[in-house]
Structures are given as structure tokens and as C-alpha cells.
Design a protein around this ligand. Structure first.
Ligand SMILES: Nc1ncnc2c1ncn2[C@@H]1O[C@H](COP(=O)(O)OP(=O)(O)OP(=O)(O)O)[C@@H](O)[C@H]1O
Ligand SMILES: [Mg+2]
Length: 417
């Protein structure tokens, strides 16, 4: 009914909505509903289009598809305004960026528009040159290349080839292992079995065939969906999980402060917002001493700075406790900061998932992005990954040499901008 631009077919195809066209709206999954909402906006004939966090609930492939569609809308000589937390997606779809800064919950200031590259770099630097104003204490830095694989010495947990059926869905897992002190990132599309794998590792689900050897470990697990059934305060919950944790200097400096928990301490957990609850759930998971930590989508509902803080916090706890950690994550930039190795999931969402054994960050990113068909270059001043425009010189070059994420060539050599 809203097709005012006569582009119904094109947009439905781009967002892969063919399969759900005849389905009732109330039956759609979070990701499907989000794509329908994006399509409904794009189909309108207006002068200014606005999208507020279009990437929520979408996997990486769908995020980049949505970004492509939004660029398509802009190419009709229209103005498009987007608010977005995923920096890679924001970068891919925008021409200009306004930075909003200030004090959350108190006041916000909108900067003048900057070119997309410069704007995101200013944001990461935390310094606005035109105002000579520092709006964050520390700049955000990225690894320039994939980290060297840490020496894998002490095996913490392992699993054999295994299979798990849930209704019509089957997950097949190929044997793998995790070592002390490492973080394995879990990467793959929606509905491919990532959460199922985490539950198998946590011992919540049992495989139908094969084994998971984690029973000997103390495990702490942050589920993807958090629904607190208590009206206890944040303070009571954290102290209840680990007595004295709030006066522990390490916890205070490395977890409590980076996650800005102070203002939440005396609030009942069942009154917290999505992002607040997420930060408390992460802290609750870390407050428990464990050898195996499992974080299912810790960055959901968080803004860019909080995502970076969470990446750091997870790395710190893994080091400090000499633990082994799994993290499910859709935000590639956050994943790049968190993970030492990657487990890439492939297959047919909702039907059949295949979990590949952990591999290096570089190989895993290449494996995943080859399927998605997107390449990234590195910003020369911050090391931040930037999605290449499809068909550009760098895009073609990187696909040819098979380096989708950690190519040595910089955008200056490629003359991308
Ligand atoms: N108890 C169940 N019974 C039937 N099907 C289930 C059950 N639990 C999960 N599924 C289905 O199994 C598939 C994999 O689910 P899972 O939660 O592991 O996906 P995921 O990779 O974590 O996805 P997302 O990125 O959306 O979180 C989905 O299609 C889901 O609908
Ligand atoms: Mg999941």
C-alpha cells in the first residue's frame, strides 16, 4: 500500500523479503520485521527519508544489505538521515556524519556535518577540532592487523563432531577446542545455531550425538535474551553473586567503571532499560569466578562507546582469570577488538547450521566475508576497518588476493577517497 515510487520488486528483492510477503506481520522475527519497516520507509515518495538504527536485530549480511538499500534511496537524489551504532555500517552508507556528544540523560550537542571518514575519526579521537573540544578522555584505537595467534598451550575445553536437532532445525558442529587465555568469536547469520552452540557449551543442551567436554569447568554464561525475574537492586544482585565484589579494586577499575554501573546501583533490575540491563548482565557474568565465560551478543542495545568498553572488559577478565571465553557478535568492528580466533557458522538459516572449527581471526573473517561479498580496507590514521564500495579498485583487488578484512594495502595507495 505504501509503494509510491514503483520500486516494490526491486526493494523486496534487495532486502530478501520474498519469502515473508504473505506472512502475517505478527509472525515475523525481529530481523524480518526490521527489514519490512525499512522497506516501508523506502517505498514512500518523500523529500527526506529517516532511518533510526536500521541495523538493530540484523546479522552482518542483512546490515550491509540494508545499508545498500539506503544508499540506493540516496541515489534517487533524496536526502537521507540515519542514526546508527554500527560504525562499519554507518561508514558504508553515509556521505556526511554529525557527531552527537554531551552527557547521556542530561544534554546532547550536534556537531556540524563532516565527511564520513573524517567524522568517524573525530568521533573515535574524542576531539572536535572546530570547537577545540575534547568530549572523551581517551581516543579509541584499533588493531591494524590481525593479532598474532597467541601460543595455544593449555587446552581448556574441547568438543567432538556433534549434531543437535531442535524441531526442524539441525546444527552440525565440527570438532574443536579452546585454550586458556583465548577468546573465540562466534560469527554467522541469524538463525544458524550460534545460541544453540553456546547452550551446548554451557551444558544447558545435550548433543544428540557426539560430546562436549566442558563439565569439569566452572562456567559463567550471559544469555542473548535477558529477562530479570527479580526486583532486587543491581547492588543486591552483584553482591549476591559474589560477596564483596563491589569493593574489589580490580572489579571496580576494570568492570564497574568502564560499564558505568554507578548510577544503576540502587535501581531494581526489572526497571532497567535494554542497554542498562545488558551492562548489568555482563558485569554479573564477570562477577562470577569461572574458567569458561560465554557471552551471547553482549553488544546488543549498546552504543558505540559502550561496545568498545565491553570489548575491553571481556579481554581483561579473560586475561585476569586466565579463562577461556566465547563471544557471539554481529558487529564486525567489535568482533575485531574482542576475538583471538573465530568460529564461523554457515548453512541455511532456520534449517541447517554448520559450525566450523575455530580458526585464526584473519582466516575466519575471510571465510565469513567471502560469503557476504564485502571487503574492508584500513583507515590509515586510526586502523579502523572501512567497508569498500562494491566494484571499487580495492574491492576488486582484495577479492582477488583473498584478503577481505586485513589487507595490507591502505586506502591511500588505492585512492579510494
Ligand atoms: N527449542 C527449539 N525448538 C525448535 N526450534 C528451535 C528451538 N530453539 C531454536 N530453534 C531454531 O533453531 C534455529 C537456530 O537458533 P539459534 O538461536 O541457535 O540461532 P542464532 O544463530 O543464535 O540466531 P540469532 O543471530 O538470531 O541469535 C532457529 O531457526 C530457531 O528458530
Ligand atoms: Mg542467538
Amino acid at each position: 500500500r505504501v509503494d509510491e515510487v514503483g520500486k516494490f520488486k526491486e526493494i523486496v528483492e534487495l532486502l530478501e523479503l520474498e519469502k515473508v510477503l504473505d506472512r502475517e506481520i505478527k509472525l515475523l522475527s525481529g530481523g524480518e520485521l526490521q527489514r519490512v519497516a525499512i522497506a516501508a520507509v523506502a517505498l514512500r515518495e518523500v523529500d527526506v527519508y529517516m532511518f533510526d538504527e536500521p541495523s538493530s536485530y540484523l546479522d552482518v549480511k542483512q546490515r550491509l544489505k540494508a545499508a545498500k538499500l539506503i544508499r540506493r534511496v540516496a541515489s534517487w537524489s533524496k536526502t537521507v538521515v540515519v542514526a546508527e551504532h554500527d560504525l562499519a555500517v554507518l561508514d558504508y552508507m553515509s556521505d556526511h556524519v554529525c557527531i552527537l556528544y554531551g552527557k547521556p540523560g542530561v544534554y546532547g550537542i550536534v556537531s556540524k556535518p563532516h565527511g564520513v571518514r573524517n567524522g568517524i575519526n573525530i568521533y573515535l579521537e574524542g576531539y572536535l577540532p572546530e570547537e577545540n573540544l575534547k568530549f572523551r578522555r581517551e581516543p579509541v584505537k584499533y588493531f591494524y592487523t590481525a593479532r598474532e595467534e597467541a601460543p595455544l598451550e593449555e587446552r581448556m575445553a574441547s568438543w567432538g563432531d556433534l549434531e543437535k536437532r531442535l524441531g526442524d532445525f539441525t546444527l552440525q558442529v565440527r570438532a574443536g577446542e579452546i585454550y586458556r587465555g583465548e577468546i573465540i568469536g562466534i560469527l554467522g547469520p541469524n538463525g544458524i545455531g550460534k545460541t544453540t552452540m553456546v547452550k551446548l557449551l554451557a551444558g544447558i543442551l545435550e548433543p544428540d550425538s557426539g560430546y562436549v567436554a566442558t563439565q569439569h569447568l566452572k562456567i559463567s554464561y550471559k544469555p542473548q535474551y535477558i529477562a530479570p525475574k527479580t526486583s532486587k537492586t543491581v547492588r543486591e544482585v552483584l553482591e549476591g553473586l559474589s560477596e564483596g565484589i563491589l569493593s574489589d579494586p580490580w572489579f571496580k577499575a576494570e568492570v564497574f567503571e568502564p560499564l558505568t554501573l554507578e548510577p544503576l546501583l540502587d535501581q531494581p533490575v526489572d526497571t532497567l532499560s535494554g542497554g542498562e540491563l545488558q551492562r548489568v548482565a555482563i558485569a554479573a557474568c564477570i562477577a562470577q569466578e569461572a574458567e569458561l565465560y560465554l557471552f551471547d551478543e553482549p553488544s546488543a542495545h549498546l552504543d558505540v562507546e559502550q561496545r568498545l568498553a565491553v570489548a575491553r572488559v571481556i579481554r581483561r577478565v579473560t586475561e585476569k582469570r586466565r579463562a577461556a571465553t566465547f563471544v557471539v557478535e554481529h558487529d564486525l568492528i567489535a568482533m575485531d577488538l574482542i576475538a583471538d580466533r573465530l568460529m564461523v557458522f554457515s548453512g541455511e538459516p532456520g534449517v541447517k547450521g554448520m559450525a566450523n572449527p575455530p580458526t585464526s581471526l584473519r582466516k575466519g573473517m575471510n571465510q565469513f566475508l567471502r560469503e557476504v561479498g564485502i571487503t574492508f580496507r584500513r583507515d590509515p590514521s586510526t586502523g579502523r576497518p572501512r567497508a569498500n564500495k562494491e566494484g571499487s579498485w580495492l574491492d576488486r583487488h582484495q577479492k582477488e588476493i583473498g584478503e577481505y578484512f586485513y589487507a595490507v594495502v591502505s586506502e591511500e595507495e588505492g585512492g579510494e577517497e
